[in-house]
Ligand binder design. Structure first.
Ligand SMILES: NC(=O)c1ccc[n+]([C@@H]2O[C@H](COP(=O)([O-])OP(=O)(O)OC[C@H]3O[C@@H](n4cnc5c(N)ncnc54)[C@H](O)[C@@H]3O)[C@@H](O)[C@H]2O)c1
Length: 261
């Protein structure tokens, strides 16, 4: 955990793909990256619209010529600079993570990728292999894992304070998408499109967070699971906005995960 002491000779030169003006998560990346002076924000391909990226980038203090129309141009142009980016965050809709992350790693960049990391397991495994091959970090934005109480819980489990873990109860009741908000929100619209969101809306969008936290705290590995999922809003079919999962973990522990939008 960061304790205020910077051991870097200089901040890491950092770029952002996605997370443009008005996006849900872009601000969190920018604010978190620069807060402790560990990163410096120098380039962006933040938007599907090149003009909006440039306008927004300039308002954030980026050089105009480092506001790029797309990620491929950014990676290519930045690679030609002595002061080019060293790391990139990817904050675009889910189905684009794989191709952008792959290109970033192949251009020698360290990657911070939004969740769900990819739509298919084999894509995530490919990224893991490429990151290893290029000796680059690949981080996934499970932001809630930064809270001190999560680390305290993990230490308590590891120390044996609560004995053997038998039951893991996970919940994420979100609320914002409980009505048809996709009618007026672009950020909600792609979430309801299986080809962009992935085969499960609720599990990739919400469930992945508590599941990751439970894995971090307990270290348990799932051996089998049973899932019931559905949508309470007819127009969202076949995607679902509510899911209940029953888990069996290796070693005999069991668990439940309820997630709802
Ligand atoms: N970690 C978290 O807690 C958390 C929270 C919210 C969203 N997310 C994740 O962040 C990602 C983005 O979600 P959002 O809610 O910010 O979406 P959003 O729709 O609000 O914003 C997406 C942004 O990416 C831009 N964009 C889209 N495709 C692009 C491309 N190919 N190249 C460059 N820019 C592109 C859009 O113009 C827009 O600015 C999703 O994967 C989502 O699951 C994570």
């Amino acid at each position: 955990m960061f304790n205020e002491e910077t051991r870097l000779a200089a901040p890491i030169r950092w770029g952002l793909v996605g997370g443009g003006r008005g996006s849900e998560i872009g601000h969190s990346h920018r604010a978190a990256a620069v807060r402790d002076h560990l990163f410096t924000f120098v380039a962006g391909a933040m938007d599907l619209s090149a003009a909006r990226c440039k306008d927004f980038g300039k308002s954030l203090g980026l050089d105009e010529d480092r506001c790029y129309p797309d990620y491929a141009t950014m990676f290519a142009k930045e690679a030609q600079r002595d002061d080019g980016i060293q790391a990139v965050s990817i904050a675009t809709p889910n189905s684009t993570h794989f191709e952008i992350a792959k290109a970033a790693l192949e251009n020698g960049l360290h990657v911070i990728c939004e969740k769900p990391v990819t739509i298919h397991v084999h894509e995530a495994e490919t990224l893991k292999a490429i990151a290893k091959q290029h000796n680059r970090f690949f981080a996934v934005m499970y932001g809630y894992s930064g809270y001190p109480m999560i680390h305290q819980a993990r230490e308590m489990v590891q120390r044996g304070d609560i004995g053997e873990v038998r039951i893991v109860n996970m919940q994420f009741a979100h609320g914002f998408h409980s009505a048809e908000v996709e009618k007026f929100s672009d950020g909600a619209k792609w979430r309801m499109s299986p080809e962009v969101s992935g085969p499960s809306f609720i599990i990739g969008d919400c469930g992945t967070h508590p599941f990751y936290l439970a894995s971090l705290i307990t270290g348990l590995q799932v051996s089998s699971l049973l899932c019931s999922k559905q949508s309470f809003i007819e127009s969202r079919s076949p995607l679902e906005d509510n899911a209940n999962i029953l888990f069996k973990f290796e070693g005999g522990a069991v668990g439940t995960l309820w997630q709802v939008r």
